[in-house]
Design a protein around this ligand. Structure first.
Ligand code: ADP
Ligand code: SF4
Length: 700
């Protein structure tokens, strides 16, 4: 396949100070959950993107000193010689593919709690960051930096830059974004200083400028120096000599950085979910930067369309197409564009499960790309898979996310795959969920897999085909995969969180009823203790249909788990905009068709709420009837030559789509293996130097 000439511009090299990016695809620094404790996992994760054509590959936040300690959230360190070796694994891996390696040197300032190092957090003026934000709340307030502290941080940055050069990095960052130390100096609300570091913008940028100067001094002409800066707040503040303080910052620092990596100020707007924001959402904030500097500019916006990327470059918004999530979902995105294989791009769906991994403190998980984080420990590659030793007949029952992924992965190995689903369209739960407010992009999970399956000659697919045991025995596959999904229940829990049975009433509904088109009569009470997106989004869906809806949850917030995916503030805003009242800390204990009885989860005090129907978004149970029927006829199953029966996805353990896709992929990779439950390789930290060696020895 040949590439469309209009995409050629994406493959032009770009100079970044003394180094040159081979193309415009730039994997910006992003959290991976892979700390220095998992150096091989991390190197393989980043290497796969270099192999896939990303011209620059960066680390996530990399602490320069124990005063920048985000524990228990995962972060990288560049403190000593062991750290240099750990990072060198990654830079060597990235260089093998001709890409540049960048490191995001980072000091968290007042935004970290130093829970492990127990050192007082540093800040320009002792003002805590996110003091009102429960998710990041700590109970230690920062101390005010004096001039010695400022000199110390500059020295740590210089030493970190020297170590970065020794580790083989080509681009070294100064970080002044997302509430971290450099950023705190930029905003007068955090910087109350009366010395030369506070006051007018010229003074407030001084610390960042000095960080850039010491970095350049440390790396000489070996590395490019990048500034990563958040511009949302500053763009909203009128400047003295320029349109805004953001304009002033870029023009004042233009000669000090080789590259500007520009972004938003907080996670919900910076890595916003597709449910609330589209591709290229940063543009209104960062569109001016290229006019203020002749240095290259990189920015993100969940770019997956090459036309949008070209447009960003042609219109003078960006020089380099930054990608974090698109590079996780498809490490081979650049090569697919280069080779004219656009339809093979595995587009990020913007669900932010990857970000929840960071909040969970574990290596990155991705809904679209089940191999993310599994490159080294399980040996999974996103594009390559070894052919099966023996071509076998695989029957998969259920064409939801898990069944589709299993079918695709089995077929790519060369197996003869049959996929059957009872429904009238592929996608399982997504067939309905994609129609809900903001969730259309999630159907990329289905579209990508259907597109790839259509190219494979060894797959037969049948809709409207509910399979029972007799059908399966007749088809007599070598391997049977059950991907039959899960069903929502009317189960309730007590205030002590003990299950108390189903709520029985004809006007009690589950999400499966809504999906089947059975609409409740209003006013509807949506009772959500699933706590992820579904309760909130169904409340929005019913309100959009003109129903009077109220939302009740035993949690402290609506869709409480969406704090993990950066969506929670936007969920609340959406419910408010649709005039859906939110009642928290209440559980439903009864319903008579006119009144629901609620009990406070802490006091048990009962109140009544008027409603004519209740939608319970609570517990899902696997659809296990087929599995149980097969178990009863085990002898016939064996006689039919069916060597293995494997349950995957929600039918095994109901969960997020990411879990279902991973489960389907894993089952296909492990087809025919007796020990289906394989242990993955366990990574270990690099310890060339024994604990206790002089940190200063590591400084270059
Ligand atoms: P997952 O997320 O694990 O993929 P889904 O609930 O999205 O699960 O998809 C399960 C699919 O299985 C649904 O599309 C459903 O129609 C299908 N299904 C369930 N039981 C059968 C069956 N006996 N025969 C064929 N298809 C089935
Ligand atoms: Fe995109 Fe979701 Fe994968 Fe993150 S987890 S990269 S948002 S598809």
């Amino acid at each position: 396949m040949t590439r469309d000439a209009r995409y050629d511009v994406l493959f032009e090299p770009v100079r970044i100070g003394p180094v040159t990016a081979p193309n415009r695809f730039y994997q910006v620094p992003h959290a991976s959950g892979m700390t220095n404790a998992l150096p091989r996992v991390r190197a393989a994760f980043r290497e796969t993107k270099a192999e896939g054509g990303w011209g620059v590959i960066c680390t996530g936040a990399c602490s320069i000193d124990p005063t920048s300690d985000d524990t228990p959230l995962p972060f990288a360190t560049l403190w000593d010689r062991n750290d240099i070796r750990a990072h060198a694994l990654m830079t060597e891996a990235v260089h093998r593919h001709g890409s540049l390696a960048g490191v995001e040197l980072w000091h968290g300032g007042a935004a970290v709690m130093n829970r492990a190092s127990r050192l007082p957090p540093l800040s320009p003026s002792g003002i805590p960051w996110m003091a009102t934000h429960v998710g990041f709340m700590g109970n230690l307030r920062p101390r005010v930096m004096d001039k010695t502290d400022i000199r110390d941080v500059l020295r740590w940055q210089a030493e970190g830059a020297g170590k970065a050069r020794s580790a083989g990095f080509d681009i070294v960052y100064v970080y002044a974004g997302m509430g971290y130390l450099g950023y705190e100096f930029l905003l007068p609300e955090y910087n109350h200083r009366c010395d030369e570091y506070g006051g007018p913008i010229e003074n407030r940028i001084r610390f960042v400028r000095e960080l850039l100067e010491v970095t350049r001094e440390a790396v000489g002409t070996d590395c490019g120096v990048a500034l990563r800066v958040s511009l949302e707040e500053l763009r909203g503040r009128p400047g003295t000599h320029q349109e805004s303080e953001a304009h002033e910052l870029i023009s004042l620092l233009s000669d000090h950085a080789d590259l500007f990596d520009v972004k938003m100020d907080s996670s919900p707007t910076d890595c916003s979910a597709s449910r609330f924001t589209g591709e290229g959402s940063h543009e209104p904030v960062i569109d001016f930067v290229k006019r203020m500097t002749d240095k290259p500019v990189v920015g993100v916006g969940r770019f997956t369309s090459p036309d949008t990327m070209v447009s960003q470059i042609r219109r003078g918004v960006l020089d380099l197409i930054g990608g974090a999530r698109p590079s996780i979902a498809d490490p081979f995105l650049p090569n697919k564009i280069r080779e004219g294989r656009i339809e093979e791009i595995r587009e990020c769906i913007g669900c932010n499960i990857c970000i929840s991994s960071w909040h969970d403190g574990v290596p990155v998980r991705c809904t679209q790309n089940p191999t993310a984080g599994e490159e080294w420990r399980r040996g999974w590659h996103p594009e390559r898979i070894a052919p099966a030793r023996k071509r076998e007949k695989v029957l998969i029952v259920g064409g939801g996310p898990s069944g589709l992924e299993c079918a695709l992965t089995a077929a790519r190995q060369g197996h003869e795959v049959t996929l059957a689903d009872a429904g009238t369209s592929w996608g399982g739960r997504l067939s309905f969920e994609k129609t809900l407010p903001g969730l259309a992009a999630w159907n990329r999970v289905v579209d990508y897999r259907l597109g790839r399956l259509a190219d494979l000659p060894n797959v037969s697919m049948y809709l409207e085909s509910p399979l029972g045991v007799d059908d399966i025995l007749e088809l007599a596959p070598d391997h049977l995969i059950l991907a039959t999904g899960a069903a929502w229940t009317r189960m309730l829990y007590s205030t002590l969180e003990i299950p108390v049975g189903q709520l029985e009433h004809p006007a009690v509904y589950t999400p499966d009823d809504i999906a089947a088109g059975r609409l409740p009569a209003g006013p509807v009470l949506v009772f959500d203790f699933d706590n992820y997106y579904y309760g909130g989004v169904l409340a929005e869906h019913l309100a959009a249909k003109g129903m009077e809806v109220s939302y009740v949850t035993p949690a402290g917030q609506a869709s409480a788990w969406t704090i993990m995916t950066n969506e929670l503030p936007l969920v609340h805003r959406a419910l408010l905009q649709r005039r859906i009242p939110v009642t928290t800390l209440q559980t439903v204990t009864g319903f008579d068709g006119e009144m629901a009885t609620l009990a406070h989860v802490f006091t048990g005090e009962e109140t009544a709420m008027h409603c004519r129907s209740i939608l319970i978004v609570g517990l899902r149970r696997p659809r296990s009837a087929l599995r149980e029927a097969l178990d009863l006829r085990r002898a016939e199953v064996e006689a039919a030559g069916i060597a293995s029966v494997t349950t995957i996805g929600d039918a095994l353990a109901p969960g997020a789509i990411a879990h279902a896709v991973h489960s389907g992929h894993k089952a296909a990779r492990e087809l025919g293996q007796r020990d289906g439950h394989r242990l993955y390789l366990r990574d270990t930290p690099i310890t060339d130097c024994e604990p206790g060696f002089e940190q200063a020895d590591a400084a270059e």
